[in-house]
Design a protein around this ligand. Sequence first.
Ligand code: MTE
Length: 320
Amino acid sequence: MDLKPKSVPIHLSEITSKKDYLSRRDFLKQMGIVTAGAALLAACGTSADEAPAPLATSNLPSDLETDSLSNELTEHESIISYNNYYEFTTDKERVAPLAKDFKSVPWTVEVSGLVNNPKTFNMDEILSQFTIEERIYRMRCVEAWSMVIPWSGFTLASLLEAVEPTPDAKYVRFETVNDPDQMPGMKNGLYPWPYQEGLRLDEALNDLTLLATGLYGEPLPSQNGAPIRLVVPWKYGFKSIKAIVKIELTAEQPSTLWETIAPNEYGFYANVNPDISHPRWSQASERRIGELKRRPTLPFNGYAAEVAHLYEGMNPAKLY
Ligand code: MTE
């Protein structure tokens, strides 16, 4: 689809529900309008270092009202009020109020390690350099609940291409901001902060792997990982690290926060697999937030066609 970027005067405060979001999308589609992040910023007469991340919805596919399996979107209110973000608290419903004043402007992401062009990007550069798309993904938490979330963001592959990994690079390591003054949960000393995650390079380069900067047509809310987080939809949600400040290409498999604490419960691969139980509960089914009946969990969270080939010949028990 070849749509010319234009700015549209939409007030973010107007976008409050699934209904509003879908009707706004219909409006944009009818008008043939897309908003590029930089264009909207320009329209607001401000720079990304002063303003929250812009509404960024370029390359709108034509039928993005459900996910690839025709699942309905989870309500906006649930996505922004039921969160896992241990740097704030382990209480899902208290994350949003505690993260309300989290300052994510200005922000930089350092991309370093085994690359030819190491670079520290500010959000302005990120939002103008990479193609922002909307993607609706299922998210399956290791705790056996799930949501369907409309993200906006860009492929991690496009960022990695820009820094050119060297032939020695085999893994990608991610790190969350280390800011106990803003994140009260970090002061409890129970976890080896900062939050760290990792992917194998081929997983990182897969087209599904996204760096999200928005959801539901809005800039990413603090409780969901503002201003930039990873989304890896075929893995349990804990791999999708929030508030990223560092991305490092490495030769060795990086250690991750959850694997460090409980390697038998939260492995490095963490691929969604209904046949391999967590040591303390089954992973065969899940509770979709907003639904009453549990639904079966799908291998690779329903993305086997896109990613199963990455693991050919590997022992499935090692991929949990
Ligand atoms: N990233 C950081 N930095 N800290 C966290 O506690 N929780 C993870 C993941 N990313 C977490 C994180 C877990 S367990 C899940 S299920 C998802 O974020 C939840 O994302 P959401 O709150 O946007 O639904």
